[in-house]
Design a protein around this ligand. Structure first.
Ligand code: X2X
Length: 346
């Protein structure tokens, strides 16, 4: 290295040390050494990967002023995912990426996404989350005391069980199914003749393993990463009856404790992480032939893909549930969502 270059390199190194030093010196006194991010699933799943990306982007872009630690398994609320939103509001949790399902017991509008057969494809999810209905939902959450920043995705929830192939509603008769924590799911599966029982994701896996329940519904990224074929889930029906988006949020007091510049960074990082997370969640599912389905079948799982007519039979059987819950969600919001779906670019 020439002498001049050496000098330049030394100057750069010194500047880096100084800027790092000053970045630390600039951490406002009211900032916490660590912010707690709640998630149901860890980094083996698209959900947790989204959390990791968000935390990493924030750390880089704030030069470490905002340092986020992931708490998967909703461990800050002892695994009870339906208590997560309340804990965010109370400040027990600083920030989270949460499923619309888990927060819907507190925010009735979030049941929108759980209305059976509202969203026929991925474009329909995007039309709602990225359009007017999504904005309305964010306003509702803001009024509810949290700061929503971006959308992510858990995914279309497909049905698995240990007993038989499901092609028509009658096939569900008497099946014991684990469902998530919104009463809407009890209504949907009761309407289909099944025997639904509500439990947390933490309890679901042992219940499937012991045979206490016969089946469950979850996105295929979860089915594969949690290896549900090893807990007797050998029959899978791809019916796309609903999908749960994820929402990136921050507790309001935490948000207000940050400088406006840092708020901008955290918001933009959530938007960027959300986009990447949605891509990860859809990987293997949106390509031709859906390679994920081949991988699942290779594990000896019987994969049933419903035809449009078969799907329609399930939609018809659950229509009364849709109509009942439309009132709970709010008819104007549902009408807006239906219009966004009808106008979507396929
Ligand atoms: O509990 C579930 O099924 C899960 C992991 O998908 C949610 O948190 C909604």
């Amino acid at each position: 290295m020439k002498r001049r270059n050496l000098f330049a390199a030394a100057a750069t190194a010194l500047a880096t040390v100084l800027s790092l030093g000053s970045a630390h010196a600039q951490v406002p006194a009211n900032y916490k050494p660590e912010y707690k991010m709640s998630l149901v699933l860890g980094t083996a799943f698209p959900w947790g990967k989204g959390g990791e990306i968000w935390a990493d982007l924030v750390k880089q872009r704030t030069s470490g002023r905002i340092n986020i630690k992931l708490y998967p398994g909703v461990s800050l609320v002892q695994g009870d995912q339906t208590r997560e939103l309340t804990a965010i509001r109370q400040g027990v949790i600083d920030m989270a990426i949460g499923s619309t399902i888990n927060w819907s017991p507190q925010v009735k509008e979030l049941n929108l996404f759980s209305l059976p057969f509202l969203m026929p494809d991925y474009a329909a999810i995007d039309a709602i989350t990225q359009g007017e209905p999504g904005k309305d939902i964010f306003k509702t959450l803001e009024k509810g005391g949290v700061v929503p920043l971006a959308w992510g995705e858990n995914g279309f929830r497909e049905l698995s069980n240990s007993k038989r192939d499901i092609r028509k509603p009658e096939d569900l008769k008497g099946l014991k199914l684990r469902v998530v924590g919104s009463p809407l799911f009890i209504d949907t599966f009761t309407a289909l003749g099944a025997n639904p029982t509500q439990m947390s994701w933490a309890d679901a896996q042992p219940a499937l393993a012991s045979g206490a329940v016969d089946g469950q519904e979850n996105p295929l990224s979860i089915y594969t990463a949690a290896k549900l074929h090893t807990v007797a889930q050998k029959h899978l029906t791809v019916w796309g009856y609903m999908a749960d988006p994820l929402i990136f949020v921050v507790n309001r007091d935490v948000w207000e404790s940050w400088t406006p510049a840092d708020r901008d960074i955290v918001r933009q990082a959530a938007v960027d992480a959300g986009k990447q997370q949605i891509e990860i969640a859809r990987k293997g599912l949106t390509e031709a032939e859906a390679p994920v389905l081949k991988d699942i079948a290779a594990n000896g799982v019987s994969v049933v893909k419903l035809s449009a007519a078969e799907r329609e039979a399930f939609a018809k059987a659950t229509r009364p549930v849709y109509d009942k819950w439309k009132k709970t969600v709010g008819e104007p919001l549902v009408a807006k969502a239906e219009a966004a779906v009808a106008a979507r670019k396929k």
